[in-house]
Design a binder for this molecule. Structure first.
Ligand code: ATP
Ligand code: LTN
Length: 334
């Protein structure tokens, strides 16, 4: 609890251009939760280097991502928006938690298996212990709730296990966090292969809508989206392409599936795809405009980065000191 409010923590990696999946599955929920909770939203750049990055590009993408959090509507005066690398406590707590996490647990992580198979030339120890750093992120701020897409649930479960293990040895040190999954948009699928999730690392440019795609590109990608030959706008697993488009439409317009089905009754796929594209454009265009404006305001963004890093360090150090004492490290002499 901070000032009587429950704490929320979430983060995103600056490893590529954000997709509509990242926005609908994560960022959009952040916006709706930001009044109710004391929120920490991190650009998790320590996580990013588990896969090789070009330094100048990582720096630019991280800044763009931080700016995008604000452009999407998160008020940086109310929400603590910061770079993970500006808070040393993440790495410090991560080391400690490494010693309370079993190899067997990490071996089961599907994201590790996935990424290891994609980067066979660089299966580094950081990629393996990635979920421990994520647990440290969350536990460092004593977060009650963590909004993520479905793909991150396994990491959340591990975080809870590690927190409970630590608490059972040392008493109530960590808040055990709950995941928060949005009602819709939890898993946006690829527009080209609707059995796969939409991912920023997809090689086919038509598979993903990027948050920075211009309106024409967005509409074009939706026109090319893979559907089926059923000629029926129905919400069912047998029609994964249409189901995904309905999910996107409903999440963007805040309509229920029933409302959308009624609206498109008797309509063809062409009209439907256009309507989905337009709904997406009307959500993304204002964010893009605000991003362009904020990106030019270096002084403002720098001041946010500085202020919020101080705030994050303050809360992080509180937890870290407590943990260090519990495990038996000597007190700092001031
Ligand atoms: P990569 O493709 O490099 O694995 P990613 O697109 O999965 O990356 P992350 O940085 O791993 O993106 O995820 C950021 C957040 O967005 C996470 O909370 C994740 O659950 C969510 N997210 C990512 N893709 C989707 C998707 N297709 N649908 C819903 N949520 C998503
Ligand atoms: N692993 C997450 C990003 C992430 C995160 C976190 C999300 C790192 N630390 C803490 C929530 C809470 C991902 O790849 N999407």
């Amino acid at each position: 609890m901070i000032d009587g409010k429950k704490v929320l923590f979430s983060g995103m990696q600056a490893t590529g251009n954000l997709t509509l999946g990242n926005y609908l599955g994560a960022l959009k929920n952040w916006l709706t939760l930001s009044d109710e909770y004391e929120c920490f939203y991190s650009v998790v750049d320590l996580h990013s280097i588990t896969v090789r990055q070009e330094p100048a590009q990582l720096r630019k993408r991280a800044r763009d991502l931080l700016t995008l959090y604000i452009a999407a509507g998160l008020d940086p005066k109310k929400n603590c928006i910061y770079y993970q690398s500006h808070v040393a406590g993440h790495a410090q707590l991560s080391w400690i938690l490494n010693c309370y996490t079993y190899m067997g647990e990490l071996n089961r992580m599907t994201q590790f298996k996935d990424k290891a198979s994609k980067h066979t030339d660089n299966i580094n120890a950081g990629l393996f212990t990635y979920p421990v750093l994520m647990a440290a992120d969350i536990l460092l701020f004593q977060a009650d709730v963590v909004p993520v897409g479905k793909d991150q649930l396994q990491h959340l479960e591990l975080t809870r296990d590690v927190a409970q293990r630590f608490n059972s040895i040392y008493g109530d040190v960590f808040t055990v966090p709950e995941p928060y999954i949005g009602k819709t948009g939890a898993k946006i699928m690829s527009l080209q292969e609707p059995s796969k999730k939409m991912s920023k690392s997809d090689e086919n440019p038509n598979a993903s809508i990027l948050l920075m795609d211009d309106p024409d590109t967005i509409i074009r990608k939706f026109k090319r989206a893979v559907t089926d030959s059923e000629a029926c706008i129905c919400y069912r697993d047998e029609q994964p392409g249409i189901k995904n488009l309905l999910d996107i439409y409903c999440t963007c317009t805040n309509k229920t599936v029933e409302e959308a089905l009624r609206e498109f009754e008797g309509k063809g796929y062409g009209d439907f795809k256009l309507a989905v594209g337009e709904a997406v454009v009307s959500v993304l265009k204002p964010i893009q405009d605000e991003f362009a404006r904020l990106s030019k305001d270096k002084v403002y963004i720098d001041s946010i980065i500085k202020e919020n890093a101080e705030k994050a360090n303050y809360y992080a150090n509180k937890t870290l000191r407590k943990v260090q004492k519990k495990v038996g490290f000597p007190e700092q002499i001031r």
